[in-house]
Design a protein around this ligand. Sequence first.
Ligand SMILES: [Zn+2]
Length: 349
Amino acid sequence: MLLVFILAGALWALGAVLGAPRRLWLSMIGFLWAGVVLLHLVLPQTAPLRLATGGSAAPWLLLGGFAAVVLLYRAGLRRVRARAVAGEAPKEQSSRAFSDAELERYARHIILREVGGPGQRALKGASVLVIGAGGLGSPVMSYLAAAGVGTIGVIDDDEVDLSNLQRQVIHRDADIGTPKVHSAAAAVRALNPHVQMRPYARRLTDDIAADLFAEYDMILDGTDNFATRHLVNRTAVATGKPLISGALAQWEGQLSVFDPANGAPCYACIFPDIPAAGLAPSCAEAGVMGPLPGVIGAMMAGEAIKVITGAGTPLRGTLLIYDALYADARRIQIKRRADCAVCGTKEAT
Ligand SMILES: [Zn+2]
C-alpha cells in the first residue's frame, strides 16, 4: 500500500519539478489509482499483489471518491470566480482588464472611493504626453507610471548632464551623456512594466506639435523656456487637450490646469507675453532648490490623476503658488480672457 503512495508522491514531485501541466500529472496519478482498483477487481483475494496493496478495493474507492469531490469543488469555485471577474469588467473594456499582479500593484488606489476599479481602468486607458524630461518631468513620469497610467509619451532633445542630478531624480549618475528621454524611459520601464513608454528624442517644434498632441489625452508641461511653453499652450488649445503646466524659480513653484474647453483659462490668458531676455532667468541662471521640482511635479501628477478619474476638483481656473522658503502656499483665482490671443472669443482691440 505504501508503495502506491510513494509512486503517487514521486509522480507529483516529478510534475512539480518539470513544471508539467497540472492536468497531466493529475491524470497520471488517476491512472495509477485506476490500475490498483482494477487489480483488486480481477485478481483472486489471496494474490500477493492484492494483499500488498491493502487486500480490498473499498479503501481505494473511498479515497478516489474523496479526491473526485475535492476536484469537483475546486472546478466549481474556479467557474464562480471567473464569472465574478467577467461581471465586474464590461466586455468592451476587456482590454483594460487587470491581471492579479496589477490588482495587487494598484490595491491602494482601488480601495479609494474616488478612484476605485473604474478610476484605475480609466488610468490604464489614459495616454499622457510629458514635455521635458527634467526636474518636473522626473516626478511627473515616476508618479504617473507608478499610478498605472497606460501610455506615457515624453519629448526632450537634451542629454543628462552632471548638474541635472541635484534635482532630476529619474536619471542616474551612469546616465550622464545619454538622451534624457531614453534614461527616463528605462527608469519608467523598471518601475512599472505595465506602462507603455514612448520616448521622442527631439525638440518640440511647430510642425510636429499638433500631430503629436492628437495622440494623447492630456499634456503635462515642465519645460523651462517660454517659447516652448507658448507653443505647447497654442497646440493644446487648438487640439482641445487639457494642459497641466508647472514652473519653478529658485524657491518658488506654481502650477495650474489650463483647460479652455472646460471653461478654464489657457496659459496665454495669464501670461500673454514672452518675457524679455533676462527678466525671467532660467534654473541654470538663477538656481533652484533640489526638492522643489519634486513638490510641484508630484502635484502635477496628482492633478492629472484627478482629471483622468474625475476625482475631486482639479486646479482649473486656479493658480497654486508654493513658496518653499516659508513653506507657504497661495491659491489665486484666474479667469479666461475674451481677448486672449490664443483662446479668446473676440478680436483683440
Ligand atoms: Zn487664453
